[in-house]
Design a protein around this ligand. Structure first.
Ligand SMILES: Cc1cc2nc3c(=O)[nH]c(=O)nc-3n(C[C@H](O)[C@H](O)[C@H](O)COP(=O)(O)OP(=O)(O)OC[C@H]3O[C@@H](n4cnc5c(N)ncnc54)[C@H](O)[C@@H]3O)c2cc1C
Length: 403
């Protein structure tokens, strides 16, 4: 029996464990943290990735935790609707897009891993610091000095992966786009239909908000996730980017002239108890993710700007692909087949996100709209808008006929 180890019990590592089990493998996940804490705020699972989670039997849990996002609305800072991009099953997708609390998703996945692979399948408080290739096996090195020999090792330890560093010792620092993201989640009245993601402003000052709790929605309220993005602000903590770093609420000024008919941005931000800050960072795409019996996956392999809400979805697609490839060839050949299938696609997503991804429509509108009385339809043609949306969907694999 092939022994497989995974480092990192984030979304990528846990879904990989579930996919490998689905293909008949037993795996152990090693997580640096001493507990699975409900960290992070909202993330999105795109239809092409939620379809795979549903195939794994997690549809009910997704419906209980997350919101089935009806559409994404792109708006100017004056509140004009630039484009409404439907995301629902009713709009033709084979599976829903879910907006969900990252920490709740992670906790649910961890509980499923324990249920399906046994309580000892996740080892907490075991940071992985490196590996040594053997003949047909790999030795995993842990921070506490212990070692473990396994046949295959999948590293899903995220943005600061030490395994990626060992494979690429001369890789430079993180690439910073110039934008700081301030984030939080707070309970509010329902905004609109309670199922819409709103992205407003432009590349320099942008506000993103969406509801993330079905439980709150059913009681007529919303757990509203928001991200305030400000470009050219003072860069802070770039190389030690940490999703959990706290922020003070001293950044709202650029949003004072935003007007949305259905929400008060400043009030939402100011009433949020825990606000965090995170720089928009990624890394240059690698030419390879596999070294012998070791493969990178998720953010360890292809960290990307959280534009187009694709980080978790691409990690889930990796997980499905690696398990499928290993089921056909449970050795380094399977790892190379996974790399062959996934590396070019994620490279395109990283590069497209650097150019604004689907949010390019915001900049097109911002350059042409001068005030609240302008009419969008006089300034931008619908074919121009459609072209931006469809080209990103093609790159990220979210086209209706491909999910
Ligand atoms: C705490 C946290 C909060 C986040 N919050 C958000 C958010 O609010 N919105 C958003 O869009 N994205 C967020 N992200 C990023 C998002 O989860 C990822 O982009 C995406 O899900 C891909 O996941 P991943 O599994 O590849 O990496 P991650 O989700 O980063 O998971 C990596 C896992 O590896 C563990 N780890 C790190 N180093 C080691 C090591 N040496 N040995 C073993 N384990 C290790 C980490 O503790 C973590 O559990 C967050 C990530 C983290 C870690």
């Amino acid at each position: 029996m092939t022994e497989i180890a995974i480092s990192g019990a984030g979304i990528g590592g846990l879904v990989t464990a579930l996919c490998l089990k689905y293909q008949g493998f037993d795996v152990t996940v090693f997580e640096a943290d001493t507990e699975i804490r409900a960290l992070g705020v909202g993330i999105n699972i795109m239809p092409h990735a939620s379809k795979l989670l549903i195939e794994l039997g997690l549809g009910r849990q997704l419906d209980e935790l997350g919101i089935r996002t009806r559409c994404i609305e792109y708006r100017t800072k004056f509140g004009h609707l630039i484009q409404s991009d439907p995301r629902s099953v009713e709009a033709g997708f084979e599976a829903p897009q879910y907006s969900i609390h990252r920490g709740e998703l992670q906790a649910m996945l961890a509980s499923e891993v324990k249920k399906r692979l046994g309580n000892s399948a996740i080892k907490l408080g075991k940071p992985v610091v490196g590996f040594r290739q053997g003949d047909g096996f790999v030795t995993i090195l842990f921070e506490d000095g212990s070692k473990l020999d396994v046949n295959l090792f999948v590293d899903a330890s995220g943005l600061h992966s030490k395994i990626r560093k060992q494979m690429n010792p001369f890789e430079g620092p993180l690439c910073y786009e110039g934008t700081m993201m301030f984030r939080g989640a707070t309970e509010t009245d329902l905004i609109g239909d309670g199922k819409t993601m709103v992205i407003a402003g432009d590349h320099d000052v942008k506000f993103v908000t969406y509801p993330i709790s079905e439980c709150a929605r059913q009681s007529g309220r919303a757990l509203t996730n928001w991200v305030a993005e400000i470009r050219h602000s003072k860069p802070r903590h770039i190389n030690d980017a940490d999703w959990g770093r706290g922020a003070t609420i001293d950044f709202v000024k650029p949003f004072e002239d935003f007007f949305m008919h259905d929400m008060n941005l400043i009030e939402i931000m100011k009433k949020t108890e825990v606000v965090t800050e995170y720089p928009m960072v990624d890394r240059n795409p690698l030419l390879s993710w596999v070294e012998g019996n070791v493969a990178l996956l998720g953010d360890a392999a292809h960290p990307m700007y959280p534009i187009g809400a694709n980080g978790a979805s691409q990690a889930i697609l990796d997980a499905w692909a690696i398990a499928h490839c290993l089921s056909e060839e449970p050795n380094t050949g399977g790892l190379k087949a996974y790399e062959f299938a996934r590396l070019p696609i994620t490279t395109d997503v990283v590069e497209s996100n650097r150019k604004g991804g689907p949010e390019k429509v915001l900049d097109i509108a911002a350059a042409r709209v001068s005030g609240p009385n302008d009419r969008i339809e006089d300034l931008i043609s619908s074919s121009e808008l459609k072209q931006v949306a469809s080209s990103y969907k093609k790159i990220a694999g979210i086209e209706k006929n491909r999910v």
